[in-house]
Design a protein around this ligand. Sequence first.
Ligand code: NAD
Length: 353
Amino acid sequence: MTKVAFFPGDGIGPEITDAALAVVEAAGAAIEWVRLPGGDDARKAHGTPMPDETLLAFVDIGLGFKGPFAVAMEDPLIVPQWRRDPGSGRRPRTYNSATNALRGEAGGFAAVRVAKAFPGVPAAGPGMDAVIVREISEDIYIANEYTTQNGAAVALKVITREGSDRVCRFAFEFARRHARQKVAVAHKANVLKQTDGLFLRTARRIAAEYPDIEFEEIYIDAACARLVERPTSFDVAVMPNQYGDIMSDLASAVAGSVGIGGGATFGRRAHLFEPVHGTAPDIAGKGVANPVSQILSAALLLRHIGDTAKGEAIEKAVADALLDPRNHPPDLKGRATTRGVTEAIIEALPRYL
Ligand code: NAD
């Protein structure tokens, strides 16, 4: 039995995590789900969407599976108490959302988003099957900004050798583990010779250690254009934080919908598997949310823990179910319910196990 911290999440979270757990169970995976307070339920019971005890338990378990969490404007910053060290002079760590607290405490450094177009689902990029690996601990999103005396606003872009090494190595290892052929590094090192230059030079050095995987360098602007013009030309693509933020949304849209892409955050202390979308409050409780992104995130989890055959079977069963437009929920212009899609996936599963 592999222990996994579990958070149903808010909004459509409980509906789609129910669906994902049912699919994982039908696949026969040996997982012990450890339900932890987080999101709306914790806000009611503990006055914070992310209690300290939850963060500690999650990091201790090392693996998490979550639905989306709502972010309430009135939520105070999340400040893990055990990290307070008043004598040190350091500012305490703070997080602006429950999700970011989990990712931060996990030591998250790589966000993975799978952008796969499924036959039968209308998409701008039919046949596409790309994985965007985004560095998530540095770059311009460290949000170190200031305004100069004459009113210029400045933001620091920080790229380190360690951060680049970690995420690039992760991308190649991910490619190997998932039987993928190619890793592309997207950058702008022709302009940003120090920061993106360091990222690119690191990617080149690591690529040399993986002669079995093809390596490609591409400017981020050209990568965006090529993603739209020739979406099937991408396999795994790794890039600094800001480029990855933009490119992963673009890739999801070209592949058809944010509702059908699995996602995960990999960290130094723990890994978190979660769909790429939010709580969809407009359709919560109506039983029509698309559970596929949550289900494919569970498949990524199974692959990660070495249950590759079951993870692959779930992916194939999803593809099989989506071939039939009767299994398309409203976000894919169909009329299927969450339960209907889930049942179709479970029915297809035995063919691939
Ligand atoms: P959203 O992703 O929840 O919704 C955007 C649109 O996509 C909505 O029309 C919604 O109905 C639709 N949609 C999203 N997922 C869907 C699914 N599985 N099936 C069918 N339709 C789906 O984004 P938002 O409206 O900007 O955010 C709503 C809440 O979610 C906010 O509180 C936000 O902070 C939170 N959020 C959480 C996470 C996370 O926990 N990782 C990520 C993004 C947003």
